[in-house]
Design a protein around this ligand. Sequence first.
Ligand code: B12
Length: 465
Amino acid sequence: MPAQRTLLLITASSPAIRRVRRSRVLNFQQITMPYLAAFVPPEWKVIHIDEEVSPIDITIAVDLVGITFHTPSAFHVYDLAAQFRKRGIPVALGGPHVTLMPEEAQAHADVIFVGEAELQWPQFLRDFEIGRHMHRYCSTAVPALNAVPMARKELYHRRDFTGGRLFATRGCPHACDFCAVAVMYQRKVRARPVAAVAAEYASFPGKVVIFWDDNLASDREYAKALFQSIAPYRKWWSSQVTIQAGKDAEFLEWAAKSGCKQLFIGLESISQQSMNGVRKGFNRVEEYVRVIEHIHEHGIAVQAGIVFGFDQDTESIFIETLDFLESAGVQNATFNILTPYPGTPLYQRLEREGRILTRDWSKYNGREDVVFQPRHMSPETLLEGYRYANQRFYSGTSLYRRLIRSPVGLWWTLPLNLAYALALRSARQDAAADRGELLVRCASRRSSLESVSAINASKTRSTRG
Ligand code: B12
């Protein structure tokens, strides 16, 4: 019988990204490592460390280390890898940043995985066992997902207020300039068999489930079949879709019947020019209000994904966006600073235009740093506008305006909003203490943003006659 080998899987999160994410009340579990563990032969002992939960003991005795990470944790991961490799322990790297920047990652690892790894990861483990592994495994074709295993539940160890997280589909048919998914998954949308997804959904003991899909509505017929088969379990779920799903009454009816409580929708911007400018023109801004109302009519809350910093954005975008979110009665929002992830068309364009300000990947966090030169404002204004948006959205007045307008799911959206407001306040205080800044800065910026908006509003009124 072969000696048991130990594999350490790491879900990496750098100290900086952990600080950035402190204000997120729902610190969701990452599925990648518990899922990849399900492909590992039973002779291996598998340990999973999620850095959002516990630090890594660099002296741990293991035979192999595998790490998954996003761009902002890249330098931290290279440092970790160097420490393991110094001890003679081979390190395998994979995930979005490796797929987007393989040459860089290769310099820090014994083996890298470019693209999806359903076929290459088991192949590598077989090669490793006989001492003949390659240094790079590339997925040449996107894998079918018709026989993939369930993630190993005993390897999740972060509390995130959900009872389960899984994926049903992978990929998105669109190719928005700022999104890494189109580059990573070659725009090929695939789905797991409905019965397999329903079985995994049912297997979670908890009530709340998140589908970590890029766009659960990519294939709406599939989605409806899925909703019909999960409805009997009477759980509550949430997922990400595009605005098109919000126009489809049958989709929404089945989603609601099957327990959908919230849909995350990448509205991105209330500027149509901004949407057209990044190849997301299928988001029709004039339809936003109606689509949001339509979703609300089905008793489903809306979490809006908003990005600031597009080339067509001017200083008035912050106030106008917040006015919109309040008047539309949006329950939750995630604000992001536009971040050109390497490998995306957005990054390539900004690089050509000489507008990339730093290649320090730790600043590519979308929340604390501006890494490119915006076209119509300074990086400082973009950052302050982003902070203003968060502060205003989670202020008592905004909360009242939004939730009175559409009290969908008030019993959970109200406490969640309050929790975000508190988390944001404490993160802000910590950050201000870190930077030695006075909190009043944002307040004064708010009044200057408001005067810009007032000027713009009066200009618009006068041009409209
Ligand atoms: C769910 C999700 C989250 C969740 C949970 C984290 C997670 N990744 O699960 C939350 C909300 C917390 C989150 C946070 C963030 N996210 Co996110 N997230 C996603 C999403 C929608 C799905 C990820 C997922 O579960 N996929 C399913 C698993 C099975 O696939 P996978 O991780 O890609 O792994 C496969 C391969 O990549 C490979 N693989 C991956 N790692 C490894 C490692 C080894 C050793 C091997 C062998 C193989 C391998 O094998 C797997 C099977 O094929 C993706 C979009 C996407 N489809 O990737 C964005 C995405 C990964 N996120 C992104 C970003 C930007 C972020 C944030 C930086 C956002 C922010 N500003 O805070 C943070 C960073 C958090 C952190 N700790 O670093 C970007 C990444 C861009 C980049 N260059 O890194 C993506 C691609 C979204 C996008 N549209 O561009 N995210």
